[in-house]
Design a protein around this ligand. Structure first.
Ligand code: 13P
Ligand code: SF4
Length: 302
């Protein structure tokens, strides 16, 4: 029996639905029921009817699905697939900022641990951060954990005061402005599309800044034929599928998230067959982390 047949057989037996992020390996995106960016996937997780959600992504994605759907079983193909940035904020610093500013909103990128979410007022993803921050009544924003996304949002909302945290994504940080310029020299007609986790000097060179879905939609709707892609290269699968006649160029050779790439078809099949890697959270943590995630769904979907 092929691995794909095994996945299909166990998916039925387990009444499971497979969600996958655009950064996982092509063959995993191919067998998934839903593929998307972080916001889309967290919304879909609240709508699916299956008893089991198999989340092909990194830990914070599975955790968020569980926080929002406590009655469902959420499993992950590989528990070691974790986003390092999700841990890059300090609870002591959050308390310090709350003491310092009365009118503070702690805005937490969804790329964060469940524990960090419990100390936050609202979660955001790269596709809704701008909109949600604009909606908040608060004047002072402490943006955790990603400094680059925080700085990008701040540049678009100059009327608010931002405090930044020094978290970062090593994949997006490795996309260098000098390499973007070289790519543009090599492909002068190409539009530059980047994720807001990139550093500000890279963002400054872009024709479009947005989430993985935003980048895919922009390239699909654009009349342009060539694009320089400033995010993880997993997006190429959907970009090429939707735009077989357009050309896409990477900026460097390190645009691969090693954690997302841990997800393989074999691990998907084993997780379903053996019900491995169930996401478990203490109810006290889950309840506290649910509030900022639900606020995100509410404000982000307005
Ligand atoms: P998206 O919000 O675009 O899905 O990005 C998630 C992510 O991990 C970016 O590195
Ligand atoms: Fe985390 Fe970066 Fe990987 Fe996204 S690409 S999951 S932010 S390490």
């Amino acid at each position: 029996m092929s691995t794909i047949d095994k996945i299909n057989e166990w998916k039925q037996k387990r009444d499971a639905v497979i969600l996958a992020h655009y950064y996982v390996n092509d063959e995993v995106q191919e067998i998934a029921d839903y593929v998307g960016d972080s916001f889309y996937l967290s919304k879909i997780a609240t709508k699916v009817e299956a008893e089991t959600i198999l989340f092909c992504g990194v830990s914070f994605m599975g955790e968020s699905a569980k926080i929002l759907n406590p009655e469902k079983t959420v499993i992950m193909p590989d528990m070691m697939a974790d986003c390092p940035m999700a841990h890059m904020a300090d609870i002591g610093k959050i308390q310090e900022m709350r003491d310092q500013y009365e009118d503070l909103a702690v805005v937490c990128y969804i790329n964060s641990t469940a524990l960090l979410k419990t100390y936050s007022d609202v979660c955001v993803t790269s596709s809704n951060a701008l909109k949600i921050v604009q909606e908040l009544p608060n004047q002072h924003i402490f943006f955790i954990p990603d400094e680059n996304l925080g700085r990008y949002v701040a540049s678009q909302v100059p009327e608010k005061h931002f405090i930044f945290n020094d978290g970062f994504c090593h994949v997006h940080k490795s996309i260098l402005a000098e390499n973007v310029k070289k790519a543009k020299e090599a492909h002068p007609n190409a539009e530059i599309l980047v994720h807001p986790e990139c550093t500000m000097d890279v963002v400054a060179l872009a024709d479009y800044v947005g989430s993985t879905s935003g980048i895919i939609d922009f390239a699909t709707e654009s009349k342009g034929e060539e694009f320089i892609i400033g995010t993880e290269m997993g997006v190429l699968y959907e970009l090429k599928l939707k735009n077989p006649n357009k050309r896409f160029y990477s900026v460097g050779h390190r645009q691969f998230c090693p954690n997302m790439k841990r997800i393989t078809l074999e691990k998907v099949a084993d997780a379903l067959e053996q019900m491995l890697n169930t996401v478990e959270l203490k109810e006290e943590i889950r309840l506290k982390a649910q509030m900022p995630l639900e606020r995100m769904l509410e404000l982000g979907s307005k």
